[in-house]
Design a protein around this ligand. Structure first.
Ligand code: PLP
Length: 429
């Protein structure tokens, strides 16, 4: 219906289309299961020869509307919601990589995803190489091994805030016959659509801006439908029979939707990380104002970044929207509407000043969270990235004095006043 609408309109109208006399607000289908008139009908669901909801570990009508909305916003052809962003990243990889395979991952990604790939996936036999996303294309190509199944990066990295050169790295991946998966959590389809630049799969933590009010935990995987899984023999899970469905071959039965269908009917069935209808309702409610909120987040964050840069208290400020930022050219290409609300800066005087500054804030909340309407602060080296070795911290762009600020949508005057007084207090003025 709404491919031609702008993001702001899609955020409100996509996914749920009430018929005459039906509720305007998305209904919460609070049911674990669905009623059918015969075992034959149910049998068809198990054979994957009929569409329909079977059990709410695999699909649910409320969640399905939100999946359609997110797919539409991101420019994909199908989506699968998950109970967290972590679950989305895990499923996106596990859908095409198995024991003995290898994945190539930007070193500038969220610490939780680094743990997932570097520790847990390794235990399952999936090996991982972290690469510097600013390397030349031929240098990245040289890191691709015969068993490499995908490249992974974040549009705007958390917390390094570097910008991923999606189009360039998609070309590297495609030359090698593998897909590019992009975590678009910080940008969302409102600020950037990685699929438009060649990404094949998008993952999102919907816990962040998409919800925007810190009320639900969730994730989503979006399939562009553009990757040809049959072009080589690297993806047997999609191109050879699945014995758990009587030998169905996903690429033959589902064509462009094979990746996302396999993820739902096989991995979601087995891992059971589907969100509840309640969570999907809250996510949908949040998404209705996503475009408006992100506009304010971006404007406030730019003003904060400029203020910090000019304050004299910062060793450096990371915000790709700043003209002085190394990623400003990439930001102009991929993020013309703004670079989200997250800013980080390294305070002069390192860890000790960071603590004093954070203790002195009054409007800002100390929280392990970003991308909510409230302004929040966090010290990554002692929290989200605590498990990383010093060497990995440096690779992830995290210094001891680095402070991550998630600029909310409060009045910019109040935000700046709080930052100013906390900086003055940390430096004893
Ligand atoms: N991806 C990014 C970029 C994140 O920032 C996060 C969480 O902060 C995740 C994934 C994981 O999402 P969740 O916390 O919803 O599991």
């Amino acid at each position: 219906m709404s491919k031609e609408y702008s993001p702001a309109t899609k955020c409100i109208h996509s996914g749920y289309h009430p018929a005459n006399g039906e509720p305007l607000a998305l209904p919460i289908y609070q049911s674990t299961t669905y009623s059918y008139s015969s075992p034959t009908d149910i049998g068809k669901l198990f054979d994957l020869t009929a569409d329909g909801h079977m059990y709410s570990r695999i699909s649910n009508p409320t969640v399905a509307c939100v999946e359609e909305k997110i797919a539409d916003l991101e420019g994909g052809i199908g989506a699968l919601c998950t109970s967290s962003g972590q679950a989305a990243s895990f499923l996106a990889i596990a859908n095409i990589a198995s024991a003995g395979d290898h994945i190539l991952v930007s070193s500038k990604i969220y610490g939780g995803t680094t743990n997932l790939f570097n520790v847990t996936l390794k235990r399952f036999g999936i090996d991982c190489t972290f690469f510097d996303q600013d390397l030349r294309s031929d240098e990245i190509e040289a890191l691709i091994q015969p068993n490499t199944k995908l490249i992974f990066g974040e549009t705007i990295a958390n917390p390094a805030l570097s910008v991923f050169d999606i189009e360039r790295i998609a070309n590297v991946a495609h030359k090698a016959g593998i897909p590019l998966i992009v975590d678009n959590t910080f940008a969302t389809g409102v600020l950037c659509r990685p699929i438009d630049f060649g990404a094949d799969i998008v993952v999102l933590s919907t816990t962040k801006y998409m919800d925007g009010h810190a009320v639900q935990l969730g994730g989503c995987v979006v399939d562009s439908g553009n990757f040809d899984w049959t072009q080589n023999d690297k993806f047997p899970g999609l191109c050879t029979p699945d014995e758990s469905y009587h030998g169905i071959v996903y690429t033959e039965s589902f064509g462009k939707l094979s990746y996302i269908t396999k993820m739902r009917v096989q991995l979601m069935r087995d891992f059971g990380v589907y969100p509840t209808a309640q969570a999907a309702f809250l996510l949908d409610l949040g998404m209705q104002t996503l475009d408006v909120r992100l506009d304010r987040h971006c404007k406030n964050a730019y003003t904060v970044a400029k203020f910090l840069e000019e304050s004299g208290y910062a060793e450096y400020v990371n915000y790709a929207g700043l003209e002085s930022n190394k990623y400003n050219e990439l930001a102009k290409k991929y993020l013309p509407k703004g670079c989200c609300g997250v800013v980080s800066f390294c305070i002069k005087g390192g860890r000790e000043k960071a603590e004093r500054f954070m203790n002195s804030l009054s409007l800002f909340v100390n929280a392990v969270h970003v991308a909510t309407v409230h302004s929040c602060v966090l010290h990554p080296a002692s929290s989200t990235h605590r498990q990383l070795s010093d060497e990995m911290l440096v690779k992830a762009g995290i210094d001891a004095g680095l402070i991550r600020i998630s600029v909310g949508i409060e009045s910019i005057e109040d935000i700046l006043a709080d930052l100013k007084q906390a900086l003055e207090s940390a430096f004893g003025e």
